[in-house]
Write a protein that binds this ligand. Structure first.
Ligand SMILES: [Zn+2]
Length: 75
């Protein structure tokens, strides 16, 4: 460990440090989920999952992640 890596908050894989605390893959999935939910605020986790091709497990994680942080930029 040289201090430049940490684990992704979403998938727990080791990643290069970034301001987002998440790996590129998770950021991409998050962006997909985020933009879909913005357009369809009342959809269920399963609908989001089907529409974005992100697993329901990840969708739930993403939603929980943002709820925990109450990031104002998101829904
Ligand atoms: Zn990740």
């Amino acid at each position: 460990m040289n201090g430049n890596t940490r684990n992704c908050k979403m998938c727990q894989k080791p990643m290069v440090y970034s301001a987002f605390s998440m790996c590129h893959n998770c950021l991409t999935e998050m962006e997909k989920v985020h933009s879909y939910v913005k357009k369809h605020p009342q959809v269920s986790v399963r609908e989001v999952s089907e529409a974005t091709n992100v697993s329901a497990h990840c969708v739930r994680k993403i939603v929980t992640f943002f709820l925990n942080r109450s990031m104002s930029m998101l829904w």
